[in-house]
Every structure is written in structure tokens, then in C-alpha cells.
Ligand binder design. Structure first.
Ligand code: ASP
Length: 341
């Protein structure tokens, strides 16, 4: 049931930054000052409580323990609020949103991340609209049920599924893109939700999973990649999984050294290797080309249309669950939170 209360969690990001006069660079300031800059919040017909992480950060400093902290905060306050708005820097927002989407199991309340490209104190700031509409989305209920029971990113008039989102621009207000999934809502004169694209309220009981395996790395293929480089990576101690950003629809070189290294990693070192495309848009079509087929037959998993951000955090989540190798593969290759089609 809705109780008209929203919890806003401040983590830092441009939204709450000011220019350090000594260096000329943007650094985060504290939350009370941020709230003073948005008197409009008082006009919203919701009670908004706020908390800030102890030391607000530029999101380039986000580490997995911040995701755990956020999941724990949401767990602690879950029953008392209709929804949650997380103010976060845009640089790693898509990673945080993806991680939280997996960690917050059976989520049945909105968790909306937002931020801005210009600080809240800037005359031309995009922060106010982003925050105010995020709060409205987090508080939208119909017949006692949340309209958006999932982790989303709201930025520049669009609500996107968090684990489908990538940061696409460092200079436009429209900073995020969801290349393989349409927006969940669009804000204009009206706030329009596209309900057929939004996940249903899950049946199970909410649970915040706060474990994450950190020995997962991302490797981007490029034509100058060498055997020595790849072999070093595969032989690094403790590596559990590699998100391999391949070409086009999942293609990679067919050189024997390359395929043998991948096979060795999968068969002898039990490393999970995931095929995701380095293209902005589209999906893995594993058997379309010989170059894709050879890679898949070396034992690589099909990352379908996952973003790298979602593939990385999904693997970190699954590997922390004590599952068998077979269950990890089957869980990885099916959608858990609407992250793949
Ligand atoms: N560097 C900033 C951050 O991610 C950029 C932003 O907030 O837009 O914290």
C-alpha cells in the first residue's frame, strides 16, 4: 500500500558539485546545501526523507561496496517508503543501476536513479526536472501497486530500465541510452508510462542480496590483441569470469592461439567467458559467422543483447551465490530482471 513517503539517497555526482576555486574542478558538496537549492521539493505532495552517504563521491569512485551499501539502505528502509530515488553521478550510474537490479530480489517498489549534467546551482541546470520527475515516478501507484516496480534511470525526460542503460554522452543533457529496450516512461506535458514494457510486481518476498564476486573482468577485443596479453589475463590468479566484448554479432578471430586460450580458460581454469557485442546496439547471433561459431564452440556463454554493465554485474551477482557451473550458465543466459531479450 502507498504511504506517500519517498526516501531520497544522495551519493554525490555533478548534481551536488561546486567548482573548487583553487583547482577549477568540480567536487561534491554536502547534501543539506543541495536541498536548499531545490525549494520546489516542498511543493510535492509526498513526504520526502533524505539520507546521504557519509562522503559523497564523484561516481568514478564508485566501488562494489557502494552497491552493497545502497542495497542495505534500501533493505533497511524498504517497508517505510513507497519508493526510492538515488542521486548519483552519471559516469557509473548504469553500472550501479544494473548491479542493484540483480541484488534487489523480488523488488516490488520503484528504485529510480538520477543525476544531472550541470550542478544544481547552475542557472541552466538539468537537475531540478530530473529530481522532481524521479520523485513522481517513485511515488506513482495505481490500485495500491507501484507503477514501476523495478530499478530505473530517469534522465532528460526518459525513464529507462536500469540494467538496459548505458551512458552515451558526456556533454548532452540526454546522457543515457537504452539501445536494446524502449523507454519505460516519457515525460512531457504528461508523464506517460508504457506499462507493457514495465516488469510486473513479483510474487516472492523482497530480499537484498549483498554478496558480489569481484574477480570478474571486462576484455575488449581489438585487431592488435596479442597472445601474450590474453594469456596474461587468463592466467591471472583468482579470475572467475571474463566479459568478452566481441565484434558485431559476437565474432572473434579464429586463430588457433586465440581459440585455444579461450578453451583452456573455460575447460582447465573454469573461467566463465561471456560473449557480448562491443556494438552500441544489437545482439549476439552466435552462429551467423564462422568467427562467432568457433568462439561459441570453445565454451563461451551467449550474452545476447546485454550491455557490458549488465553482463558484468549479473556475473558478479551469480558468482556470489554458490551455484554450480551449470546453473550459473543457465541463469546467465536467461533474463532475471528484464535485462535481456
Ligand atoms: N563525474 C561525474 C560523476 O559521475 C559526472 C556526473 O555526475 O554527471 O560523478
Amino acid at each position: 500500500m502507498s504511504n506517500n513517503q519517498i526516501l531520497m539517497i544522495y551519493t554525490g555526482g555533478t548534481i551536488g558539485m561546486y567548482k573548487d576555486l583553487k583547482t577549477g574542478s568540480l567536487v561534491p558538496f554536502d547534501f543539506d546545501e543541495l536541498l536548499d537549492k531545490i525549494p520546489e521539493l516542498q511543493l510535492i505532495d509526498k513526504k520526502i526523507d533524505t539520507i546521504s552517504i557519509e562522503d559523497p563521491i564523484d561516481s568514478s569512485n564508485v566501488r562494489p561496496y557502494h552497491w552493497i551499501l545502497l542495497a542495505e539502505l534500501i533493505k533497511e528502509h524498504y517497508d517505510n517508503y513507497d519508493g526510492f530515488v538515488i542521486l548519483h553521478g552519471s559516469d557509473t550510474m548504469a553500472y550501479t543501476a544494473s548491479a542493484l537490479s540483480f541484488m534487489l530480489e523480488n523488488l516490488s517498489k520503484p528504485v529510480i536513479l538520477t543525476g544531472s549534467q550541470l550542478p544544481i546551482g547552475d542557472l541552466r541546470t538539468d537537475a531540478k526536472e530530473n529530481i522532481i520527475t524521479s520523485i513522481q515516478i517513485a511515488g506513482s501507484y495505481e490500485n495500491g501497486k507501484p507503477v514501476v516496480p523495478e530499478v530505473g534511470i530517469y534522465f532528460e525526460f526518459k525513464l529507462l530500465r536500469g540494467n538496459r542503460t548505458v551512458k552515451a554522452s558526456s556533454e548532452h543533457f540526454n546522457a543515457f541510452d537504452s539501445p536494446n529496450y524502449l523507454p519505460l516512461a516519457q515525460s512531457g506535458v504528461e508523464l506517460n508510462f508504457f506499462k507493457n514494457r514495465i516488469l510486473p510486481v513479483p510474487d516472492g518476498i523482497f530480499y537484498a542480496h549483498t554478496g558480489l564476486e569481484q574477480n570478474v573482468i571486462v576484455v575488449k577485443l581489438h585487431p592488435a590483441i596479442t597472445e601474450t596479453y590474453l594469456s596474461h589475463i587468463i592466467n591471472l590468479p583468482r579470475i572467475k569470469a571474463i566479459i568478452l566484448e566481441t565484434y558485431g554479432s559476437g565474432n572473434a578471430p579464429v586463430d588457433d592461439w586465440f581459440i585455444n586460450l579461450i578453451k583452456d580458460a573455460v575447460e582447465n581454469k573454469s573461467i566463465h567467458i561471456i560473449n557480448v557485442t562491443q556494438c552500441q546496439k544489437g545482439r549476439i547471433a552466435p552462429y551467423k559467422y564462422e568467427t562467432g561459431r568457433r568462439l561459441m564452440s570453445a565454451g563461451v556463454y551467449n550474452g545476447k543483447d546485454l550491455t557490458t554493465e549488465a553482463a558484468l554485474t549479473k556475473m558478479m551477482y551469480l558468482l556470489s551465490k554458490n551455484l554450480s557451473k551449470k546453473s550459473i550458465k543457465s541463469a546467465f543466459e536467461r533474463p532475471l530482471r528484464g535485462e535481456m531479450s
